[in-house]
Design a protein around this ligand. Structure first.
Ligand code: HEC
Length: 99
């Protein structure tokens, strides 16, 4: 599990470095970078909580709170800092709109 977390974290880091994650990317594309921990289509099989079906506003608030360190986290605060407000809106709509 720890290995999977590390692998997913390095994928996210590599994508950020390569410029693959930028404003204007679709929610689905951005959301794929979360799948390593939160599961394919937002249904988690591991330590991270499932994202599928959480309210869009809740997802947005959570990401902003992680980004500003208002909400304590083991890893999400570091991840959230890599995303713009537009990215967060797109991802929240993507996961929040899942049925
Ligand atoms: C390296 C693993 C990992 C990745 C990648 C990851 N997360 Fe997380 N996420 C976690 C963990 C672990 C938690 C629990 C909080 C913590 O300890 O950081 C969490 C918590 C969350 C929560 C709070 C859920 C709740 O029920 O309150 C949201 C929202 C979230 N993540 C969104 C995302 C999004 C969006 C992405 C993709 C940009 C993402 N995460 C990528 C591991 C990850």
């Amino acid at each position: 599990m720890a290995q999977n977390l590390l692998k997913a974290a390095s994928i996210v880091a590599a994508m950020a470095l390569s410029g693959a994650v930028h404003a204007g990317a679709s929610g689905a594309m951005l959301g794929n970078t979360c799948a390593g921990c939160h599961g394919t289509h937002g249904v988690s099989a591991g330590a991270a909580p499932s994202l599928k079906g959480l309210p869009t506003d809740y997802l947005k608030q959570a990401m902003h709170d992680f980004k500003s360190d208002k909400r304590p986290a083991t890893i999400m605060n570091r991840i959230a800092k890599g995303y713009s407000d537009a990215d967060i809106d797109a991802m929240a709509a993507y996961f929040g709109g899942m049925k």
